[in-house]
Design a protein around this ligand. Structure first.
Ligand code: SF4
Ligand code: SF4
Length: 205
């Protein structure tokens, strides 16, 4: 389990590097304080992409609180900041531990059946940065690097195909990931300190 979490985190790290580079080169970036894509109806994710978040919550003993919140069937992702500022949600409360979909949307590319790339982004960014968007669409098809959605989904698929294929509404996947990690932590074998192990072996001999 731990190794899988580390592997997913390594994929995220690589993706973050590539999206940052693309953002700088393209001048496309999210609108200030925007989180409209997090509030999209029917937002889905797989269980694997939320293992790092689950690990963070369990390690910090925040998972029970998260599970209680999930029990209330909230309309949006539970990680949209619980506090609201003037009736507006204040953003992702677990930004460093967000899922793959959260990292990809806005600054990545998708291929059509002819292999042509398009920027995978929202109408708000297109409207705010029309020229940057137009130029990016051209440049990504003539050599500019952009992280490609399917490449990153393949990478995590090979870490654990079953969890990577377990798609659900985002909160269901978060709950499943928390349950898996909490179960793992509650049942993982406790390693005895070396000195004790040696003593035990001498006594057993
Ligand atoms: S991708 Fe678009 S909708 Fe989502 S946060 Fe960025 S600007 Fe907002
Ligand atoms: S984890 Fe964060 S970025 Fe992802 S959908 Fe939820 S609130 Fe948005």
């Amino acid at each position: 389990m731990l190794e899988k979490i580390r592997q997913v985190e390594r994929v995220f790290k690589q993706l973050d590097k590539e999206t940052l580079k693309f953002s700088k080169q393209s001048s496309l970036k999210c609108l200030t304080n925007c989180n409209l894509c997090c509030m999209k109806k029917g937002l889905e994710a797989n269980v694997l992409e939320f293992l790092p978040l689950a690990w963070y919550l369990v390690k910090n003993n925040l998972h029970e609180e998260a599970l209680d919140l999930l029990e209330t069937n909230p309309e949006y992702c539970i990680n949209l900041a619980k506090t609201q500022i003037q009736g507006v949600t204040a953003g992702c409360s677990v930004y460093n531990h967000r899922g793959l979909i959260c990292r990809l949307f806005g600054s990545s590319g998708v291929r059509d059946k002819h292999g042509k790339l398009s920027v995978y982004t929202c109408t708000h960014m297109k409207a705010e940065f029309p020229e940057a968007f137009k130029q990016s669409m051209e440049r990504i098809n003539s050599g500019m690097n952009i992280p490609v959605v399917t490449d990153f989904y393949y990478q995590i698929y090979y870490i654990d195909p079953q969890m990577a294929n377990d798609y659900n509404p985002i909160n269901v996947s978060i709950r499943k990931a928390i349950e898996k990690v909490a179960y793992y932590c509650a049942n993982k074998p406790v390693r005895k300190p070396k000195a004790k192990q040696n003593l035990q072996q001498q006594n057993d001999a």
